[in-house]
Design a protein around this ligand. Sequence first.
Ligand code: FE2
Length: 323
Amino acid sequence: MSSSPIILQPSLTFPERIIEVDTLGFKEKFNHSPFMFSHNLIGHPLFELPRLVDLANNLFTKGQLFCCKNGNSPGIKWEQLPRKKQIIEAILNIQKSNSFIMFKSAHVDPNYKALLEKTLIELEELTTVPLHREITWSIATIIVSSPHSITPYHIDHDCNFLFQIHGDKDVHLFNQNDRSVLTEEEIENFYLGHISSANYREENQNKASVNHLVPGKGVHHPVLAPHWVKNRDNYSVSLSINFCLKTCDLQAKIYQVNYYLRKLGMLPTPPGQSALRDRTKILAVEMFSKRKPENHDEVLRSGIKRITAPAKLFQEVVRSLKR
Ligand SMILES: [Fe+2]
């Protein structure tokens, strides 16, 4: 939501409204429970495959991350991939390449940045939450995937608005507050950096809301809502508008302290049950957090990493002395 000038590609325009104003549920359900919405990005030139190849080249040159994998089970884990040539070929042949490509920082390109900023302004209106003050980090992610691809079960710290642009898919979302689905330990591990800490359990599948996305539809994911996604018969192009919220960043710090308390054999108090304990834990981590984080990981983990760095260094020294 910065005000720095952006140079857009010639003739690029956005719909007057990206999100349909008749969508219900924004205020009431925002960051509490999933809901579907409508949007006007179908057929936009920024999501055509040749344009996405340009974006892939751009992101590769800038050293931005994206992942690619093939798989057909919600329980599989993320893996890193591959070379630029493989990714370009996978995009151009996406209907048959059995691939999953995630452009994690599409907004590095100013055109997608403009789209991110316009969407956040609309979301601020629709949610009535002062997002320009609450957001600590925001990104635009594009996901291009083959028919029947699966996004493995996982949780995110980001609030997410997922826009379906091409193809259709089912997004299975679970209640982030149901501890029979998502345990305190899984959340604590996640906030220590174990991104695949949430475990898919077949017996919980009937607790999911299944949101069928077609082009022009989208779904909102609250922070930490576990989810997995399966494409239907056509290739899929989706846009994720992700952002971190101040209140959720603070909660993450409580989980980080709880991780270590549990390691010490204690049964830590979950966030929200004791204001005093929550405040103490937040203060302890905040004292060490970077004032101006430079990436998503620093937003979340700079404080806890600085606290635990000496202990880790000590362990490394002991280990090396034993060799
Ligand atoms: Fe996700």
